[in-house]
Write a protein that binds this ligand. Structure first.
Ligand code: BTN
Length: 253
């Protein structure tokens, strides 16, 4: 994949811009990066705090030839790439299905994958936000979020170079995307995700679905990246999309 970078000081949302670029024919590999976003978007219509210099705001145009059922694999592939990027900067992350990268249960990065119809077929816009510093966190996320600066075991007083983070990220996405498109790509992505995520199996979770909420234990992933959750009665629910949160064991002493 050929990586091309389109850079902005300020933009509403790099995902919106990348979608517009894709509609106008942008090739796979176009990355839109901004220093700040005025309308950064998270999942479920949430906003993504995007102050200048506080985070990496990055969106890439992909044009994968895979069925729409397998789109969760794109998010999983991206999670692996973000995980590997963070490791390079001395951070020990975990991946929470399907789009959250955590350190000590605090969010350090989120992924927003969106599809867009374009004249040359369906494109997937993968947006990634990585927190670089915690200093500018708004009050409402201060206790639940973290950053490379706060978690890195090797940065010391050295300032974090955002350019180094974006370069590594683009290169890991290129690497893992090629793997996904390869012959046994799906199983390789699932295997590699498994090695990086404590959520793969045996984790007590609560899943919020559009119609209901289920409590259970994670039980691996389906071939298309959907999450299997086993409930108390032994039945398995296959979660294609939904919010997953860890359930802490309640002690009954
Ligand atoms: C989430 O965890 O809810 C997903 C957050 C995704 C944020 C990124 S920042 C770059 C790109 N542009 C956006 O507007 N959103 C994504």
């Amino acid at each position: 994949m050929n990586i091309t970078i389109l850079r902005f000081d300020t933009i509403d949302s790099t995902n919106t811009e990348a979608a517009n670029q894709a509609r106008q024919g942008a090739a796979e590999g176009l990355c839109v990066i901004a220093d700040q976003q005025t309308a950064g978007r998270g999942r479920h219509g949430r906003t993504w705090s995007s102050q200048k210099g506080s985070g990496l705001y990055f969106s890439i145009v992909l044009r994968p030839k895979i069925d729409t059922q397998s789109l969760p694999l794109i998010t999983l592939m991206t999670g692996i790439a973000v995980y590997d990027t963070l490791k390079e900067f001395g951070v020990e992350p975990d991946i929470k299905w399907v789009n959250d990268i955590l350190v000590r249960e605090r969010k350090i990065s989120g992924i927003l994958a969106e599809t867009v119809e374009t004249p040359t077929g369906l494109a997937v816009i993968v947006g990634i936000g990585i927190n670089l510093t915690s200093r500018t966190f708004p009050d409402e996320i201060a206790d639940i979020a973290t950053s490379i600066e706060a978690e890195s075991m090797m940065m010391g007083p050295r300032a974090l170079d955002p350019l180094a983070v974006e370069t590594k990220l683009a290169s890991f996405i290129g690497y893992w995307y090629e793997i996904l498109l390869g012959e046994s790509g799906r199983s390789e992505i699932i295997q590699n995700w498994r090695q990086r995520s404590s959520y793969f199996s045996g984790k007590s979770v609560r899943v919020t679905l559009p119609a209901n909420t289920i409590d259970g234990t994670t039980d691996g992933l389906e071939e298309n990246g959907a999450l299997r959750v086993k409930t108390r009665d032994g039945s398995v629910t296959i979660v294609q999309a939904g919010d997953v949160e860890m359930l802490r064991e309640v002690s009954h002493e």
